[in-house]
Design a protein around this ligand. Structure first.
Ligand code: DC
Length: 194
């Protein structure tokens, strides 16, 4: 069975948690595509060469979740050749036997425009900055500035900008608990799968 769930949205909206829970619930594979861009940014040197030679062990680096790694990822993600080098891997994963959940920015629009389910998970910048701050600490105002800066870069780039696919369902998690958000996402997927 091939069944693809595309989950897009801005940083810290809850995509990762929701994607993992949906994958676990239905027994699907899960690919956090942000990790690919984080790994390219973290490798340093020429980002195009880094994307073309990305190895599985690059995805296991311990320093990929920091704010700096997120900013570096967002910068290299604006380079069309970097994005092009990562397309085939993501599309292959989406068509893996047994079902797949991919989360990112352009899954429903560019990587898997024919996905069986598309969700766009979002929340206000302040709520997302609060969540990032609770997770990583540091200065709240700086975290908020970085969230807004990254949103603008990811949505403003020319190649595969972050946007809501025409046929995506928007899930705003600003006023939802993790459990409520996961439950709503599972309900949407279950309805399409039936
Ligand atoms: O989801 P994340 O915060 O780990 O993503 C890090 C950066 O990678 C994000 O700011 C933009 C980029 N990205 C992208 O351009 N396309 C994707 N499908 C996933 C992430």
């Amino acid at each position: 069975m091939i069944f693809t769930v595309a989950i897009d949205g801005p940083a810290a909206a809850g995509k990762g948690t929701i994607s993992k829970a949906v994958a676990a619930h239905f027994g699907f594979g899960h690919l956090d595509t942000g990790v690919l861009y984080r790994a390219v940014g973290a490798k340093g040197g020429d980002p195009i060469a880094a994307a073309r030679t990305l190895e599985p062990e690059d995805l296991n680096r311990a320093d990929l979740r920091t704010l700096d790694a997120g900013q570096a990822a967002s910068r290299v993600a604006a380079i069309p050749e970097v994005r092009a080098a990562l397309v085939a891997f993501q599309r292959d994963f989406a068509r893996r036997e047994g079902g797949a959940v991919l989360d990112g920015r352009d899954i429903g629009t560019v990587i898997c425009p024919n996905a069986d389910v598309k969700l766009f998970v979002t929340a206000t910048a302040e709520v997302r900055a609060n969540r990032r701050h609770a997770e990583l600490g540091g200065d709240y105002d700086l975290v908020l500035r970085e969230v807004i800066e990254r949103d603008m870069r990811d949505a403003g780039r020319a190649d595969a900008p972050m946007r809501v696919a025409d046929d995506a369902i928007v899930l705003d998690t600003s006023d939802l608990s993790i459990e409520e958000a996961v439950e709503q996402a599972i309900r949407v997927v279950a309805a399409r799968k039936a």
